[in-house]
Ligand binder design. Structure first.
Ligand SMILES: Nc1ncnc2c1ncn2[C@@H]1O[C@H](COP(=O)(O)OP(=O)(O)OP(=O)(O)O)[C@@H](O)[C@H]1O
Ligand SMILES: [Mg+2]
Length: 232
């Protein structure tokens, strides 16, 4: 079943945060999810040791460049969603994980310097597409953006990606206290205490929209020529 790989050579781009938020939201909808924690710093495993990890969400750690492909394929044979969190550098582990992805999400904060780092990830994906002679769906995810304002720079960067044929998710991961708090308190955004964390409702809505858009991207394209009503 599909594997969703979070990749960017930029440290701190929002890979682990977005990966955990997506996994929790899929688990909340009732799906079994495996996160493969392929970052040697093991941020997702540290989160999973805290209380509140959803039922049906397992974390596999101790993954190395020798084992990452087997780990992805083994999990994909068992569960409907596999999510891979990678370290913020270029490595063989990163290249192998991308080679097995059904969707690569490239988190990027909305600055030109961050966009240049995202472009490196996209070049690597395109190399892997050539090496494995298959299309590897991918999209940029803007992270830590403001929920209140839409800066010109972000719109400019989005249009530059667009001009180079690089899709970006409509949903952004806004800068939210809740997305930091789950790594302190453990568990999911839904499980946080509104008395302790501000802006919770907005974070929950953001998580729902993000997961819905990712799931829609994973659906195989409907065959053309078939009337929509007969697809129901
Ligand atoms: N949407 C968000 N809202 C608020 N804080 C965020 C958000 N996304 C990430 N952060 C914060 O930014 C920092 C980096 O995020 P994160 O660890 O997810 O990035 P990363 O790409 O996994 O980094 P690395 O390359 O080091 O693995 C963390 O302190 C995290 O709490
Ligand atoms: Mg990380």
């Amino acid at each position: 079943m599909p594997s969703i790989v979070f990749a960017s050579p930029k440290g701190g781009a929002g890979k682990s945060t977005s990966a955990v938020v997506l996994a929790c939201e899929l688990a909340r909808r009732g799906a079994a999810v495996t996160i493969i924690d392929a970052d040697p710093n093991r941020p997702v495993s540290a989160w999973a040791r805290r209380p509140g990890r959803p039922e049906g969400l397992e974390v596999i750690a101790d993954v190395t460049e020798e084992t990452v492909i087997d780990a992805i394929e083994g999990a994909a044979a068992r569960v409907p969603f596999v999510i891979v969190d990678l370290e913020g550098t270029a490595s063989l582990t990163v290249a192998y994980a991308i080679s097995r992805a059904d969707l690569v999400v490239i988190p990027s904060q909305g600055s030109q310097l961050d966009a240049a780092e995202a472009a490196k990830a996209i070049r690597l994906i395109r190399q892997q597409e050539k090496a494995f002679a298959r299309r590897i769906p991918h999209a940029v995810l803007f992270t830590r953006t403001s929920a209140a304002i839409r800066p010109r720079t972000l719109q400019h960067i989005r249009s530059e990606f667009d001009a180079h044929g690089v899709p970006a998710l409509q949903t952004q991961m806004h800068e939210r206290e809740a997305f930091r708090a789950i790594f302190s308190f453990g568990g999911t955004v839904d499980g946080l205490n509104p008395g302790q964390v501000s802006g919770l409702e907005g974070a929950v809505r953001n998580a729902r929209a993000f997961a819905a858009e990712v799931v829609a991207m994973l659906r195989p394209a409907q065959p053309s020529g078939i009337p929509a009503e007969s697809m129901a």
